[in-house]
Design a protein around this ligand. Structure first.
Ligand SMILES: [Zn+2]
Length: 479
């Protein structure tokens, strides 16, 4: 293709980009499973094996979920039926790839993560979020209230359940980008009320339960995240203040590339798209800087989305991704995703989230980590009208730790959420805690190391108690 001007080039590339969802299809349904969400949506899942001649692996299950605008195909790169890419294995390809008959039949399979894990004995599972997926493995779309929370908190858990149910084993969970993010939310014990979502009255009311986090963490063998989710650069590009940008991000619309142009990309020879995504975004960025008055600042969004950068990607893989990976595009989901990237936090409406300072399990864990890392722990607690502060400085050999003070068994959680707390008491205790933390950092003054400051606001009575190191303490005594 010859481009006589940047304008024309940009236009053609946009057209190419629009075509991307319309690639060839395969009707194979080998290893097809469905998981049903609490709000009644069927998710498409695939248990990987190279072909129906092969057995499913009996090893550790690995559940992978895709990034936000992709689907499970990205984990199993393969040529569309009857249209081999013609990719040649490099001469220095590893022995496992050169000696594998499946890769010999279609060299593009060299890039398949599913196949790689399969060869190593893992039982590979791939699942699509709702509204995502191609061909037989496509998930149902569900309702219009879908956003990132729905994916993470209604879709992800049932995919895990399905793998556990079929294999009877603890899976490793995770995935690429969004898949990894959702795995993380899952492990945090986050939940969402499916009834509210189903009624179409979706208001983000995400809650988190320590008990559920514990239960879920017991259920899985491990967590893997491929490629970070979100781009911190988004925060610096003025997108947050762009009405147009926010208008786009809050649209309740789905741009279904499969339906926009249902013409197969098979007309284009393989690898023609290699470099196209980079070129497209670079062109837009260049236009934005060359003609700042013409393009609004949000146009640089593309420059900020470094997840699109395919500069280091093999051209065949990029071609595959563009043709067969990008099959759905949820604007609403993208809105939540971008918001997370912009604000640097998973979400803004996190309610009753895991608060490590409000239960004994987290306090004991934090204490253990501080002792192991030889870091001082500035501990503060407040309940009803009482509060206490102490510093446990494990850098000092005679310093007690939190576990020396409290027995791990038989501690009933006294939570502010259940027992209440007089608001100013939290402020007083928090201020003292901050003062002690600053003193520890600056190495000044006599910190409350080995001492427990106790306040009874009822009588405004203050006491300081000396703490002794427990020689039997399972956490710090072995030092
Ligand atoms: Zn101790």
């Amino acid at each position: 293709m010859q481009c006589h001007s940047a304008w024309l080039c940009s236009f053609l590339l946009i057209c190419l980009f629009q075509l991307t969802g319309c690639g060839g299809s395969s009707q194979e349904i080998d290893g097809f499973y469905q998981a049903h969400t609490k709000d009644g949506v069927a998710l498409g899942m695939r248990r990987y094996r190279p072909s129906s001649d092969h057995q499913y692996r009996a090893g550790r299950p690995v559940l992978l979920l895709p990034g936000i605008v992709n689907n499970i195909n990205q984990f199993d790169v393969r040529s569309p039926l009857g249209k081999p890419y013609g990719y040649q294995l490099p001469a220095d390809a590893p022995a496992w790839a050169q000696n594998d008959s499946t890769i010999a039949q279609d060299n593009i399979k060299f890039f398949s993560m599913a196949h790689y894990l399969y060869l190593r004995g893992y039982d590979v599972w791939m699942a699509n979020f709702r509204g995502v997926g191609r061909d037989a493995y496509a998930s149902e779309s569900g309702h219009n209230n879908t956003n990132l929370d729905v994916w993470c908190l209604l879709d992800f858990p049932v995919a895990v359940e399905k793998v556990v149910q079929v294999t009877g084993k603890k899976p490793v969970i995770g995935g690429f980008s969004t898949g990894a993010l959702c795995a993380y939310q899952y492990l945090q014990g986050a939940t969402l009320n499916a009834d509210i979502v189903q009624q179409g009255k979706y208001i983000p009311h995400v809650t988190a339960s320590d008990a559920l986090a514990w239960e879920r963490n017991q259920k899985v063998a491990g967590f893997i995240g491929l490629d970070p989710a979100g781009s911190p650069k988004l925060a610096y590009h003025g997108i947050i203040n762009s009405p147009l940008g926010w208008g786009l991000l809050t649209q309740n619309a789905k741009v279904d590339l499969d339906k926009v142009l249902p013409v197969a990309l098979s007309l284009l020879p393989p690898v023609v798209l290699a470099g196209a995504t980079d070129l497209l975004f670079k062109t837009i960025s260049n236009l934005a800087s060359a003609f700042p008055a013409f393009l609004p600042s949000w146009a640089d969004l593309f420059g900020a989305l470094n997840i699109w950068s395919t500069g280091n990607t093999n051209g065949y893989v990029e071609d595959f991704m563009v043709r067969h990976g990008l099959s759905s595009f949820y604007i609403k989901g993208l809105g939540q995703y971008a918001e997370w990237g912009i604000n640097g936090e998973v979400r803004e409406h996190w309610q009753n989230g895991v608060d490590c300072s409000d239960n004994f399990a987290c306090r004991f864990l934090l204490n253990r980590l501080c002792v192991e890392a030889k870091r001082p722990l500035v501990s503060g607690a407040a309940i009803r009208m009482e509060g206490q502060v102490a510093v446990f400085d494990s850098r000092l050999s005679d310093s007690p730790c939190y576990r020396c003070l409290y027995d791990e068994s038989g501690q009933e959680d006294l939570r502010c959420a259940d027992n209440g707390v007089l608001a100013p008491v939290v402020g007083i205790i928090g201020s003292i805690q901050a003062t002690e933390a600053l003193k520890v950092l600056a190495g000044m003054g006599g910190v409350l190391a080995g001492r427990l400051l106790v306040m009874d606001a009822h009588y405004m009575d203050w006491r300081v108690m000396k703490l002794r190191k427990d020689p039997e303490c399972p956490v710090c005594s072995h030092d």
